[in-house]
Design a protein around this ligand. Structure first.
Ligand code: GLC
Length: 474
């Protein structure tokens, strides 16, 4: 079985969020199971310091011009997994104007190279596995290209190739004006355009839902939420029309990269046998590093993007004003939207028990995972979430809202704390419960810590679900 994994970000090369972690750890786990896997991604200018070689070039018709794309090959850092990097000025930066159209161009390049000379990419492959809106046009371009005379040859490799699209977050759908279809050189009729106040538009993610042989998402609960229409009626409608439903497979984490027993960022390493005393030391060092007083109250941690739609930071901002400051401390790490950043900077200046660090610093993140007692993940929605899994691996109890992958990975009262409604009151009540277990039932708290550390969030089980799915497609 051979799989080409197409993605916009991969940890070790270019990372923005959880997608990059999964785009690293899933291919590595597949490779360990004997699946031949390679990765295709854009060659951003910031990808530097890796040994790469140019293996070919490709002409692509785009926006009525002929564009030349260079293909480079490297290895996934620390592994033997091949990575094919697509180099073109339109793909030098990830962010910037016309982002949706630029990723449409990337998808066209992947599909065209695959159709004309998949050997260059180490193919042909049995499965082309795409991720999120950035790569969601690949199934359309691979599958429909032949029917619209885009390719003349009779033997079409894509017919023996199956496509999978995994959605990591429905919040981002890749919406563009319908002129993108002209730029790509494909008939409008292939796309499911709709009206917006600014004119006709298409969404790359939903085109992927229409055309991929199989659509998956990153937890069973998020899949159910999608089928219930909780993340948009239009999306649910596509699956009804397909007579199909979206499959949910919980993500894993790379337990070699996240391992308290040999994490060099920590002042002491530990296992579940030594967690209680080790944590105490790490917590004290963390408190002084982030300028929190050295007192014995539970320390809450938050590591993540500072954005207002998903992560529940609005609830945190209100909750911290409600709880008595002498009963707990909180340390937050991450960058993002100006308004939220400003709000937490102010909170941190005004309250002795609140510390906000406005950077992204992986070493500090690791010390927060290990040195906090409780990790806050009160997301409004969360397709999977990796922080709660990392926290449990480090013996830190996650306090999460019951949604998506958080609901599938944290057990209330056993491995963490789970609350229901998205409200400040519900969060405050759960935080009070956690504070009280910490203060009044230390034995229960440390049993929960050990339970959490014993949970297995490695890919070892979950990867088999992907392999079964790949097989099911033939
Ligand atoms: C996105 C989602 C997150 C998920 C990650 C990896 O970042 O928001 O919930 O864990 O992708 O699939």
């Amino acid at each position: 079985m051979k799989v080409l994994f197409v993605t916009s970000e991969v940890a070790g090369l270019y990372k923005r969020g959880g997608l990059a972690d999964v785009s690293y750890s899933l291919p590595v786990a597949l490779e360990k199971r004997g699946i031949h896997v390679a990765i295709a991604m854009p060659y951003y200018q910031s990808i530097k310091g890796h040994s790469v070689s140019c293996i070919g070039q490709l002409a692509i018709d785009y926006d009525r011009r002929r564009e030349l794309m260079f293909i480079f090959e490297t290895r996934l850092p620390g592994t033997d997994v091949p990575v094919y990097l697509f180099r073109h000025p339109l793909l030098h930066e990830y962010d910037g104007p016309d982002i949706v159209e630029r990723f449409g161009f990337f998808a066209k390049a992947v599909a065209q190279l695959y159709l004309y000379s998949s050997g260059l990419l180490g193919g042909p492959y049995d499965i082309v596995h795409c991720n999120d809106w950035h790569t969601a046009l690949v199934p359309l371009l691979l599958g429909e290209a032949s029917k619209v005379g885009y390719r003349e040859r009779e033997t079409i490799e894509s017919r023996t190739t199956r496509t999978i699209l995994t959605v990591h977050n429905l919040l981002y759908q890749g919406e563009a004006g319908s002129s993108i279809t002209l730029k790509l050189g494909f008939p409008k009729t292939l796309f499911h355009a709709f009206m917006t106040p600014l004119g006709r538009a298409v969404r790359l993610l939903t085109e992927g839902f229409e055309y991929a042989d199989m659509v998956t998402t990153v937890s069973p609960t998020y899949a159910q939420e999608i089928m219930k229409g909780m993340h948009g009626k239009r999306v649910r409608e596509v699956f009804h029309r397909r007579g199909d439903k979206i499959v949910g497979i919980l993500n894993g984490i790379d337990t070699n990269l996240w391992s308290p027993s040999d994490d060099a960022a920590l002042p002491v390493q530990y296992t579940h046998a030594t967690v209680v005393s080790a944590k105490q030391k790490i917590k004290e060092q963390l408190q002084s590093a982030v300028r929190l007083p050295q007192v014995n109250v539970p320390l809450f941690g938050f590591v993540g993007r500072f954005e207002s739609r998903q992560k529940g930071l609005d609830l945190i901002a209100r909750a911290v004003k409600t709880l008595p400051p002498e009963t707990y401390q909180i340390v937050l790490l991450g960058t993002g939207q100006k308004k939220l950043v400003g709000e937490f900077q102010k909170l941190s200046e005004m309250h002795e028990n609140i510390s906000y660090v406005n950077t992204f610093d992986e070493r500090l993140a690791r010390r927060i995972y290990a040195g906090s007692d409780i990790m806050l993940v009160p997301s409004k929605f969360e397709p999977c979430g990796l922080t709660q899994m990392i926290a449990m691996r480090y013996g830190t109890l996650p306090l999460v809202r019951k949604t998506g992958g958080l609901a599938d990975s944290v057990r209330d009262g056993l491995t963490g704390f789970v609350f229901g409604p998205y409200s400040t009151a519900a969060l405050v009540t759960k935080m009070q419960e956690a504070i009280s277990v910490y203060a009044k039932q230390p034995r229960k708290f440390s049993t929960m810590m050990k339970n959490a550390m014993k949970e297995d969030f490695s890919w070892s089980h979950q990867v088999q679900e992907y392999i079964n799915l790949y097989r099911k497609l033939f």
